[in-house]
Each structure stands twice: as C-alpha cells, then as structure tokens.
Design a protein around this ligand. Sequence first.
Ligand SMILES: Nc1ncnc2c1ncn2[C@@H]1O[C@H](COP(=O)(O)OP(=O)(O)OP(=O)(O)O)[C@@H](O)[C@H]1O
Ligand SMILES: O=P(O)(O)O[C@H]1[C@H](OP(=O)(O)O)[C@@H](OP(=O)(O)O)[C@@H](O)[C@@H](O)[C@@H]1OP(=O)(O)O
Ligand SMILES: [Mg+2]
Ligand SMILES: [Mg+2]
Length: 270
Amino acid sequence: MSLGTSPAQQIGKEWRRILEEYRLGHPDVTVLDPPDAILHLRNRQSMLQCVADMNLSDSYGRVGVPKQLVIKRDASSIPEAVNEAGLRLPLVAKPLVADGSAKSHELSLAYDQNSLLKLEPPLVLQEFVNHGGVLFKVYIVGEAIRVVRRFSLPDVSRRELSKSAGVFRFPRVSCAAASADDADLDPNIAELPPRPLLERLAKELRRGLGLRLFNLDIIREHGTRDRFYVIDINYFPGYGKMPEYEHVFTDFLLSIMQSQCKKRALADQY
Ligand SMILES: Nc1ncnc2c1ncn2[C@@H]1O[C@H](COP(=O)(O)OP(=O)(O)OP(=O)(O)O)[C@@H](O)[C@H]1O
Ligand SMILES: O=P(O)(O)O[C@H]1[C@H](OP(=O)(O)O)[C@@H](OP(=O)(O)O)[C@@H](O)[C@@H](O)[C@@H]1OP(=O)(O)O
Ligand SMILES: [Mg+2]
Ligand SMILES: [Mg+2]
C-alpha cells in the first residue's frame, strides 16, 4: 500500500486496474463511462470545476457556480479564509468528498462568522444563492436530457440573516424532495431553464467530464430571469425518478450498440 492512501482508495485503484485490464483484453466491450472520469465527481471541488471553466453565457442566459472555498485543515482557519475569499453569508457547508455515504450528504447552513468554527473540515463552503425554493434536476443519459422541478431550501432574507446565528444541519433535500412539477408556483421561479441553454450545458459537460450518465442540480438566482448556478453533479443518480426513464435508457443502450456495429462494419471493410 502506498503512503497516504486508505484501504478504500487502494480497493478503488485495484478496481480501476482490473477494469482497464479487462477493457484492453476485450476491445468489443463498451465502457459506458471511464472510472477515472467518475472519480472526478466524488470531490465537490473538482465536480464543479468544469462548469466554472466553461463560463457559459449566451442569449438564453448565464450558467456558473456559486462562489466557493475548499477548507482542508482545522476549522480555526475558516473565518479568516472566508473573509479573504470575500464569501458572503449564509454559506452552505458540504463535505468535500461526495462518495455516496450518508456522511457525504451531511450539509449545513452557516449564518454567521463565529459559527464557522464549529464546522468539520475537509469541506466546501459555498455561498447560498436564493432561488425561490425550487431547483431543477437535469438528468443526462447520453444525448437525452430530462428536467424536473424539486422543492429546495427556502430563500434567506437579509432580515433573517441579520437576526440569525449558528450552523444548522438540514436534511437531504434534492433527491428526497417532493416533485414541484405540479405545485402552484410563481412562474418566474418555476419556469424551466431555456432548453437551448441546457442542451449546450449538457453537451459541454459530457465533453468536459467525459461522462454520459449523470444529473445536475441547477438553480435560478431569485429575482433574475436568466442567471443560473450549478450546485451539484451526481454520477448515475436515481434515474428511476426521471420521466420516461425506461424508454430513454433503452434508446441510449441501443444507440451505443448501433454505433458499435457501425464501427465493426467499417473495420471489417479495411
Ligand atoms: N449554493 C447553494 N445555494 C442554495 N441552495 C443550495 C446550495 N447548495 C445546496 N443547496 C441546497 O441544498 C440541497 C443539497 O445540496 P447538494 O445537492 O449539493 O447536496 P447533495 O448531498 O449532493 O444532494 P443530492 O442528493 O442531490 O446528491 C440542494 O438540493 C439545494 O436545495
Ligand atoms: O436513489 P435516489 O433516488 O435517492 O437517487 C439519489 C442517489 O442515491 P442512490 O445512492 O440511490 O443512487 C444519490 O447518489 P449518492 O450521491 O447517494 O451516491 C444522488 O445521486 C442523488 O442525487 C440521487 O437523487 P436524484 O438526484 O436522482 O434526485
Ligand atoms: Mg444535489
Ligand atoms: Mg449530490
């Protein structure tokens, strides 16, 4: 075992080595998504880097990531680091590792500087962006895109912020949240992000992440029409909740088979 790697990391390495060996020995087998690319989404900093670098902005809107800061060392460094980075409260504190464990979903909201000392690094501190309590789950299956609304955390008003202090754990929201698709919502909040913007974002993400099976949580900044933020990306999420899941997935697998057949037919010609 090399220094500094946990048994779990060792198993991960071993698993990737076996997969790679198998892939090289079976050129006809299709790897849907490479393990190294999947690993990229298991860290909440690298997860969003691709969106931050994309700087996507066009006539349909702008897509960015909330201002965020990675804290790896002890909590005593947090207030000064937050000040230096110019992050505005409230802040969402998320475990740096997003490995699907219950712990990786233990998020909290910090309302004041002093409370930041109670946090447990390693973590990512992300500015909380008011978004009207509704988020958009964008499911990607190859070229297919499906969007659903989910209830999210409510906005934090300046008045509430001025009167509040402390760090508050909040329960899992996005995957557990009830669908907001049929709720009676303010159209300015509920209006889905423009389809062309999502198509472009999905295309750039597939290329940038090197993945075909993931979803993203995207929010619209409250009070704007076209300022969007990606706050989370999940590999192979709960597709069972995606509209038309069966058809979308079947079509995806068929399209892969067809492209493999075409490649083989071309290879046989030469
Ligand atoms: N920067 C932010 N601004 C506003 N709300 C946020 C922000 N980050 C997270 N949230 C809220 O917290 C919820 C959980 O955050 P996030 O999706 O990052 O956690 P997760 O554990 O990865 O969730 P999932 O179950 O979707 O994987 C979001 O769905 C949203 O409601
Ligand atoms: O199963 P669920 O429907 O809750 O799916 C959730 C999935 O749980 P799983 O572990 O069962 O796949 C989560 O995976 P981990 O981060 O925990 O690995 C994560 O991807 C959520 O975003 C999914 O919720 P969705 O984004 O689709 O709403
Ligand atoms: Mg999420
Ligand atoms: Mg997530």
